[in-house]
Design a protein around this ligand. Sequence first.
Ligand code: RP5
Length: 162
Amino acid sequence: MTHPSVGIIMGSQSDWGTMREAASLLDDLGITYEKRIVSAHRTPDRLWEYGKTAVSRGLQVIIAGAGGAAHLPGMMASKTRVPVIGVPVQTKALSGVDSLYSIVQMPKGYPVATMAIGSAGAANGALMAASILALHDTELAERLDSWRSSLSASIPEHPSDD
Ligand code: RP5
């Protein structure tokens, strides 16, 4: 059985609506992944175990989404050298600016590659993961190039009144 290359983790079931955008793109690109709820505050032992075993389980990138006091991506980055991509989930109270600030301002030494707030960030998290994996996977590199070309080709040159 092949190990998943990417771990998609999120702080709550309520983040899945956003993080499924990442899963969907990984599906489109043929990248294996697993998805888990791992909360920095509600399940800290699960977070620790996940980070402790990430390298030995063969994960190459972790995409971590969280909202509000969004400590999951940073805590995961402190526990594993597997690159962590952070997705700030949009919140009702502060529109996700709280999530963004919680994720982006890491202290020197433990980086998190922070994406945009919300579903665009989740999708870009998957594309960033794909770019990292494509450095050592020529078939994936071709699929990613093709995905990017299709997106470019879908953008009309002239605006429409419709
Ligand atoms: C964070 O708290 C989660 O990442 C989620 O975005 C937010 C709210 O969680 P729920 O109260 O909806 O479970 O830990």
